[in-house]
Design a protein around this ligand. Structure first.
Ligand SMILES: Cc1cc2nc3c(=O)[nH]c(=O)nc-3n(C[C@H](O)[C@H](O)[C@H](O)COP(=O)(O)O)c2cc1C
Length: 188
């Protein structure tokens, strides 16, 4: 967990954007999530855009549970995840699973993830990223993260883009509000 919060301080929510390809939809979906989290006034919101972070394929010699990091990119990623009290992962479905950059980013750390509640915002075609959600759950559980009830699944995501921005339906907005409310309750 992050260092003990002062009384009344808001919890820090880290929004991880898990797609990295040029022309991705993930940035637009991520902006919707970040904006809603900020407007809720429940959290201090941080963003980890894996495209910007550009972590190399795991290049630490020691097992990450030892926290014996050799590279600045690992120390900086470790510090960002450490600051977070809760996590939201914005993730597409690729080949019925979650993205390789996301697996790599998760694999970099161990203790930093432990005990943190995590909400998933998945998207894709007909299944709305549901198979990616099922695929990532054992990974998150192994890292000690706490899955929540209110995940958000966005089917046919490309149909909800206007001029590059994600335009949610009322259902999307309600699902995201429920997720943020559950996280806020857990982190209160
Ligand atoms: C490599 C790749 C594999 C994909 N596999 C799936 C899939 O298994 N299921 C699905 O619903 N959509 C699949 N899609 C479609 C993506 O959900 C859609 O392109 C989405 O916009 C990808 O997210 P991104 O734009 O943020 O990268 C795939 C897309 C890519 C690029």
């Amino acid at each position: 967990m992050s260092a003990a919060r002062d009384g009344g301080a808001r919890p820090t929510l880290l929004v991880i954007i898990a797609s990295t390809r040029p022309g991705r939809v993930g940035g637009a979906v991520g902006e919707w999530v970040v904006e809603a989290a900020r407007v809720s006034s429940e959290f201090d919101v941080e963003v980890a855009d894996l495209q910007e972070l550009a972590l190399p394929l795991l290049d630490e010699p020691a097992h990450p549970r030892l926290r014996d990091y050799r590279h600045d990119h690992t120390r900086s990623w470790s510090a960002q995840v450490d600051r977070a009290d809760g996590i939201v992962i914005v993730m597409p479905e690729y080949n019925h699973s979650f993205t390789a950059p996301l697996k790599n980013a998760l694999d970099y750390l161990v203790q930093e993830w432990d005990g943190k509640p995590v909400g998933l915002v998945s998207y894709g075609g007909l299944a709305g990223g549901a198979r990616a959600v099922v695929a990532i759950q054992p990974v998150l559980a192994n890292l000690g993260m706490r899955g929540i009830h209110a995940n958000v699944e966005i089917a046919w995501v490309a149909e909800h883009l206007v001029d590059g921005a994600f335009v949610p339906t009322d259902r999307h907005d309600r699902a995201l509000a429920a997720q943020l409310a559950e996280l806020a309750t857990l982190l209160a």
